[in-house]
Design a binder for this molecule. Structure first.
Ligand SMILES: Cc1cc2nc3c(=O)[nH]c(=O)nc-3n(C[C@H](O)[C@H](O)[C@H](O)COP(=O)(O)OP(=O)(O)OC[C@H]3O[C@@H](n4cnc5c(N)ncnc54)[C@H](O)[C@@H]3O)c2cc1C
Length: 499
């Protein structure tokens, strides 16, 4: 069974954020200890109170976590989760669910202290319906444990392979609305969920979905997917599975410009073809181990499944790429071998760089304008060093652009520069017709954009939150929602210290 992986060294246990955590009464702690395994150990609670949000990695090196949880609780069953939620609602103590803590937006950080609910105690595969291809899995199961068991015992695969596959859990995938690297064939996680078991703040247990389609009111499964632990705690998930692919084919192409490459990807998707992997790198990213020469843009293609389907798909890709030159398909193998290596993030953080990624989705017709405007916006921030993008997930009507950016500010300007980079990049996307996030979610980092991105939609989500969680105990201070435990914790004084 997998375990948590620390994002970087933690050189202390201070709180980085100002303000006080929510009070946690002794009586509550005693009752919690009677329900499940808990710890209040200083180092264990600090370690559990961080994720992979790149800004907070700098705080870790400086000896602080954003906010330390008072207690880590590790339930092992739905009943235990239900009892914890009911107890926390009664005592008005914050509860922040966490899976692998691999989020990059700060979504699992216990911003107001209280309970860090470690969901990895609920793990393992349940019933498998081999006839329908449906797998029941406990929410705290890590990716490799899930895939290893269903492929070895049943010859099945879910097909959800995020770059963080080894360090993330099924519950985290669902709560954060994630996307795997093979999503152009198998879809995002929201396309793979048949149904959910969810514990509400009251302690009541909700079951959603269960059929391939329904017309019985709004879709409650989709309401919970992407709610980032604010509406309920996911305890069990039923996922669609397909047979492990028997055949694979790969190809690579070079385009003279990123825009020409985008047009070829659009043509592929508009033809009805859905190659599992269709990754187009701009000129900068093509030079980073993708075989680019500094000006060309490399497209990597991989498909898998029944040989007839794969060959037809690859033929449609070849037709769509008529204006490109063929490149070495070995580039795809190199990508497969190194695709989950994230060591650059830690290296650059140690060197004091501000570095992060921003993934968004937009219709095909908007992508060229978004690419140009967003790279320019990142580059306009003082001390910006790099801005680049690749196209990583495609749909009939549009695609995801995944931007990477870096800056090298003076140490006292690090946080302000990080905020300025995100303000510049995210607003360029929104102003040019893109959305807020494709798969990294909102967490702490993107809360300030929620109102402009969702408009009246945010008030609707707030009303649902208020109805389901009247005391506001579940993951307070996230998703742009009002917190019952005080004002937003971050960013502090963003306007005054902008560089
Ligand atoms: C190097 C790296 C690469 C990444 N690549 C990808 C990628 O390719 N695709 C992608 O989609 N993401 C990617 N991510 C982001 C992250 O891994 C995903 O968001 C992932 O789905 C989070 O899963 P987790 O189990 O770690 O959740 P956590 O980080 O622990 O939590 C994420 C959110 O889900 C909530 N949550 C967790 N479990 C539950 C539960 N059982 N019930 C209710 N709420 C819950 C938390 O409260 C939090 O709001 C990457 C991250 C890293 C560090």
């Amino acid at each position: 069974m997998r375990h948590h992986v620390s994002p970087i060294e933690l050189n202390g246990t201070d709180d980085h954020l100002a303000g006080q955590p929510a009070p946690v009464p002794e009586e509550f702690l005693r009752a919690l200890a009677a329900l499940c395994e808990i710890t209040t150990d200083l180092e264990a609670t600090a370690e559990a109170s961080r994720d992979w949000w790149p800004l907070a990695l700098h705080w870790s090196l400086a000896g602080a976590v954003p906010r330390r949880a008072a207690v880590v609780a590790r339930p092992r069953s739905t009943d235990e989760v239900a009892a914890i939620c009911a107890l926390a609602t009664t005592h008005r103590v914050p509860v922040t669910p966490a899976g692998g803590r691999s989020g990059v937006s700060g979504a699992s950080l216990p911003l107001h202290g209280g309970v860090l609910l470690d969901m990895t105690g609920l793990h393992g595969i349940g019933e498998v319906d081999e006839i329908s291809g449906i797998v029941e899995v406990a929410a705290g199961t890590f990716g490799p444990d899930l895939e290893a068991e269903i492929s070895s015992r049943y010859g099945l695969s879910i097909g959800h392979f995020p770059q963080s596959f080894e360090i993330s859990t099924v519950g985290g995938w669902v709560a954060a609305r994630g996307a795997g690297q093979f999503s152009t064939r198998y879809g995002k996680i929201e396309d793979m969920v048949v149904g959910l078991e969810v514990v509400l703040a009251s302690g009541k247990v909700l079951r959603t979905g269960g059929a391939p389609a329904a017309a019985s009111g709004p879709d409650l499964t989709q309401l919970i997917i992407g709610s980032e632990g604010t509406l309920g705690v996911i305890t069990r998930v039923w996922l669609r599975a397909h047979r492990v692919a028997v055949h694979r084919a790969t190809a690579a192409y070079r385009f003279e410009s990123f825009i020409e490459g985008i047009e070829a990807c659009r043509t592929v998707l508009r033809s009805g073809a859905t190659p599992a992997v269709l990754r187009l790198y701009d000129a900068i990213e093509s030079t980073r181990g993708r075989g680019g020469n500094g000006t060309d843009c490399v497209l990597l293609v991989l498909d898998e499944g029944e040989p007839e389907m794969v060959e037809a798909t690859m033929a449609l890709v070849l037709t769509a790429c008529a204006g490109a030159t063929l490149a070495d398909p070995g580039l795809v193998d190199a990508w497969l071998a190194h695709r989950n290596d994230t060591s650059a993030l830690q290296t650059l953080t140690h060197k004091g760089f501000v570095v992060d990624t921003m993934e968004i989705a937009a219709p095909w017709s908007r992508l060229a304008a978004i690419y140009t405007a967003t790279c320019e916006a990142f580059s306009s921030v003082p001390s910006a060093r790099a801005a680049s993008a690749h196209l990583s997930h495609s749909y009939p009507d549009g695609a995801c652009l995944y931007f990477s950016f870096a800056a090298s500010p003076a140490p006292d300007q690090l946080e302000a520069t990080y905020i300025a980079m995100w303000d510049a990049g995210q607003r360029a996307v929104l102003n040019n017709g893109g959305n807020l996030s494709h798969h990294h979610g909102v967490g702490v980092n993107r809360q300030r954009f929620m109102s402009e991105a969702l408009g009246e939609g945010l008030a609707v989500i707030q009303s649902i939150k208020d109805a389901l969680d009247p005391n506001g105990i579940l993951n307070p201070g996230k998703l742009g929602l009002r917190s019952a435990f005080g004002p937003a914790q971050w960013p502090r004084a963003a306007a005054s210290d902008t560089p």
